[in-house]
Design a protein around this ligand. Structure first.
Ligand code: SAH
Ligand code: SF4
Length: 425
């Protein structure tokens, strides 16, 4: 989501004459687009600001000016704190106000003193953004933002605000524009992407069907989905729509019913397993990835064993796992039974080892298989291209440059630590 937002900020600033710089060194403006999901990500902002302060001072000494902006969810949650701890910051803006960047930049250029805009405006920013510019053959397309689910560990409902779905017509127009610029793969984005609903009768399944019929878009993905909102039509889409990739990120967080309930996830372990079974019936090639949290308050050895058992039962091909991080203002941060850091770490190491085994086994099982790969960037060596398999694995192949931006059939020949090697099928 932040990658998408950063690209849109660049789109908004392009008419003012700004273009992306390769480094912050001599830039006229630096925007830190920040994440508040865990403490580590949020703290990084302040250390990064310390580094940028020096560049800003060097630029001033040379007679120039570097405008420094902090955007994203840390700005939303800690705007005042940023201005207090880092008074050299010129602009602080939340994730819902970046369409107003040109005004903020003009104001910052004119005035002394910082500009702070962390409102949740009534008008959605999407109505004010220019047409998206594609970079390459794969693009993100934001369809839904915000969250009303209030999982007890999570800051998103507070930083991104209430659930909002973009209208279908606006999404389809953006998809057409992207396809016209050579985009072959679209990843629909949302904090709860499958909670997306358009006008009467439009759910994510119907949106995906319509995108598939537009022509030009050969591959469709969506992320991040919540197990509670995966409806029959979306499951059917996995069976019917060849463009919909057989790979789904479906975070479960924990395998323990007690913990799922304390997290307010709104489903239990059996619901999740049933869902996986239905999805695999619809699309037998489907592979799953997931998110896990270790050491949520009150998590016992038995709860954690349930998580390990669920991982073994489902089998994931790619995963993200985190130590529980207490976030200010969330109910779980106030729960009395916090788990010691060492226990969180030990459990994280255990689950990560198991997940890595599963990823490695899956990658090995791909050798000899034929896969459709979207070649989306040049390789490090001349005559080599790199693409993505349906399962998001990077794939290296010797191929002519004119194949860049196309989907080709490849046979996987070898597994490297972070990628696959292939030859034309
Ligand atoms: N909407 C998605 C997740 C968005 S946040 C969902 O409901 O699944 C992305 C991931 O960050 C979460 O899946 C969770 O695993 C992790 N995360 C969120 N808050 C966290 C916290 N306080 N501590 C540790 N991990 C957290
Ligand atoms: Fe956070 Fe996802 Fe829960 Fe929403 S559904 S509160 S984004 S973890």
């Amino acid at each position: 989501m932040n990658v998408y937002d950063s690209a849109r900020m660049a789109d908004v600033l392009a008419p003012l004459g700004y273009a992306s710089a390769d480094s912050a060194e001599d830039a006229d403006m630096v925007i830190l687009n920040t994440c508040h999901i865990r403490e580590k990500a949020a703290e990084k902002v302040f250390s990064e600001l310390g580094r940028l302060k020096k560049l800003q001072a060097a630029k001033a000494l040379a007679g120039g000016r570097m405008i420094l902006a902090v955007a994203g969810c840390v700005a939303q949650a800690e705007g005042e704190e940023i201005l207090r701890r880092a008074p050299f910051v010129d602009i602080v803006l939340g994730p819902q106000t970046y369409h107003r960047l040109p005004e903020m930049v003009a104001q910052a250029a004119r005035a002394g003193g910082a500009v702070l805009d962390t409102e949740f405006p009534a008008e959605p920013k999407f109505d004010f953004l220019p047409e998206a510019r594609a970079e390459g053959s794969s693009a993100f397309l934001s369809v839904q933002e915000g969250c009303d689910k209030f999982c007890t560990f999570c800051v998103v409902p507070y930083t991104r605000g209430a659930e909002y779905s973009r209208p279908a017509a606006a999404i389809l127009a953006e998809a057409r524009a992207l396809a016209g610029q050579g985009v072959r793969e679209v990843t629909l984005l949302g904090q709860n992407v499958n909670g997306w609903h358009g006008e009467e009768g439009w759910g994510l399944g119907r949106l995906i069907r319509t995108l598939a019929d537009l022509g030009g878009i050969e591959r469709i993905r969506y992320t991040t989905s919540h197990p509670r909102d995966l409806d029959d039509d979306l499951i059917a889409a996995h069976a019917d729509i060849p463009q919909l990739m057989p790979f789904l990120h479906l975070p479960v967080q924990s395998g323990s019913d007690r913990i799922l309930s304390a997290m307010n996830r709104g489903h239990d372990r059996a619901d999740y397993l049933r869902l996986v079974e239905r999805l695999k019936r619809a699309q037998p090639d489907l592979a799953l990835s997931s998110d896990f949290i270790t050491g949520f308050p009150g998590e016992t050895d038995a709860d954690f064993a349930d998580t390990m058992a669920l991982v073994r039962e489902v089998g994931f091909v790619q995963t993200y796992s985190f130590k529980y991080s207490p976030r200010p203002g969330t109910p779980a941060a106030l729960m009395p039974n916090q788990v010691p850091e060492t226990v969180k770490e030990e459990r994280l190491a255990q689950v990560q080892a198991l997940l890595l085994d599963q990823t490695t086994a899956f990658n090995r099982s791909c050798v000899g298989r034929e896969m459709r790969v979207l070649l989306d960037r040049p390789g490090r060596h001349p005559g080599q291209l790199v693409g993505r398999s349906p399962y998001m694995q990077p794939v290296h192949v010797k191929a002519a440059d004119h194949l860049l931006g196309t989907v080709v059939s490849l046979r996987i020949t070898a597994v490297h630590p972070n990628s696959l090697a292939a030859v034309p099928a």
